[in-house]
Design a protein. Sequence first.
Length: 278
Amino acid sequence: MIYAVLIILGLCFGSFVNALVWRLHQQDLPKKKRAASDAELSIAKGRSMCTHCKHTLAWYDLVPVLSWTLLMGRCRYCRKPIGLQYPLVELLTAIIFVLSYAFWSYDLNSAAGLGMLILWLAATVGFVALTVYDLRWMLLPNRIVFPLIGLGIFVSLLRAIQADSIAGSLLGALGGLAVAGGIFYVVFQVSNGTWIGGGDVKLGFAIGLFLGGPVLAFLMLFIASLLGLSVAMPGIVLKRSKLNAKLPFGPFLITATLLVMLVGQRIVDWYLGTVLYL
């Protein structure tokens, strides 16, 4: 029953992500280039619309995945294609919700542990939105990153409440923040923003708060770097891209964060056990 609820919630919030990233991008454009008025682009009050013909969508056009499938990926009104992004983001968010619950390492019988899970699920919506936005427009908007930092602070406080040592837990969160965000800040300053963007720095601070410790933060950076390298190297080797080609790093950071948040401590324990055994 819980998994069914999480799947439904994930699909609905995935649909919200698709609307959110498009509206935020439109709001950042000059008014002359926007596809709709300020009222229509409002996150809170605007009605869902086709991004091509701007026709207001009915509820039966908005059922996650199902509507896209029945319409064969086309708008009911103008018949123009609706990108595969829409059902994929909805499915991805649902999968993340389910995996987050299945692999949650904190006590769900406690108010703090349950509260952390709820805040984390809310944060994953922001993380998915940032992934889509960065892949499409090479940008990590502050309007998504700053709320994530706020959620990270609350998660750090709840983690401290159920920890054996409140001071130790809070120091760990500061350590994670210093590693995930601090390293990026130094790189950003040294390179004058040519190696890494300011959005990645702020995202690093948010991630560090969620991970709650320097070890997990280092593991996240290691995994993110491996993922980025695995994507970039084939193009470089085949000479399809240059060494200085821009690559959105946010999706790799977020993917690594999801992995480390859910199974990172198990990876660390396995590694330490293996090293000590050898």
